[in-house]
Design a protein around this ligand. Structure first.
Ligand code: GCO
Length: 256
């Protein structure tokens, strides 16, 4: 195998949750360019179709799958539908995520639960359905999206922090149970990225200055800067890498 085709995703099908925009969208595009067929997901059917159409216009092979990643029955139904059509998910990216910024003393149980369900429980639900099918095939790649908050807390985003900390250990759990079946599960910990989800932060001059000062790269990350690591973790290049969390953060987690 040459170095170049170590990273080739031709013939592979990748399901990327939350891929109508932001990090998921960038990863989908990158996977498509590496040769993968894509399954694009969002909660909203129209937005999911629109994103799929745009990616198709860019010459990629794309199927749209609109469903709520926190809905167990919906997740099971999507995988059953893919089974019926003979589509196997070779690569799963658990990317769907939401943020809710509020001090814990003011936080409702409903908001806590919503963030945990969307950012953590969804990865269990999708991972379980994907792995059930990957195990008999003896191979598969799972990439979970963590965060700097997989390691460190930040005031006002504690449910998110707890979910992302959970992602770190869920990834190890997947490696423990599914590694013997030829499946690799790893995670990416993005730093502060320029996404719509972070708009309230990027538009805050104080926060912007803090990110730039605190990050050795001296700037926010661009969504497409996750692609290299995502392709690595989805490809044969990482076949003996399992349970890891790789930070793509301009060096932020490594310095004080
Ligand atoms: C926040 C941000 C986070 C950061 C992330 C960096 O509100 O703290 O939205 O999601 O971007 O913690 O990894």
């Amino acid at each position: 195998m040459t170095t170049q085709n170590l990273f080739d995703l031709s013939g592979r099908t990748a399901l990327i949750t939350g891929s109508t925009r932001g990090l998921g969208r960038a990863i989908a595009e990158g996977f498509g360019q590496a040769g993968a067929a894509l399954i694009v997901n969002g909660r909203d059917a129209a937005k999911t179709e629109a994103a799929a159409a745009e990616l198709r216009d860019a010459g990629l092979s794309v199927r749209a799958a609109a469903f709520d990643v926190t809905d167990e029955a919906a997740v099971e139904a999507v995988f059953a539908e893919l089974d019926a059509e003979g589509v196997a998910v070779d690569i799963l990216v658990n990317n769907a995520g939401i943020q809710h910024r509020q001090p814990m003393v003011e936080l409702s149980l409903a908001d806590w639960q919503r963030v945990i369900d969307t950012n953590l429980t969804s990865a269990f639900l999708l991972g379980r359905e994907a792995a059930k099918r990957m195990i008999p095939r003896g191979r598969g790649k799972i990439v979970n999206i963590g965060s700097l908050t997989s390691e460190l807390a930040r005031a006002t985003v504690i449910p998110y922090t707890v979910a992302k900390g959970g992602i770190r250990l869920l990834t190890k759990g997947m490696a423990a149970e599914w590694g013997p079946h030829g499946i690799q599960a790893n995670a990416i910990g993005p730093g502060y990225m320029l996404t719509e989800m972070n708009e309230a932060l990027t538009s805050n001059p104080e926060f912007d200055a803090w990110v730039k000062g605190r990050t050795p790269a001296g700037r926010w990350g661009k969504p497409e800067e996750l692609v290299g690591t995502a392709v690595y973790l989805a490809s044969a290049a990482s076949d003996y890498v399992n349970g890891q969390l790789i930070f793509v953060d301009g060096g932020m987690i490594s310095v004080l």
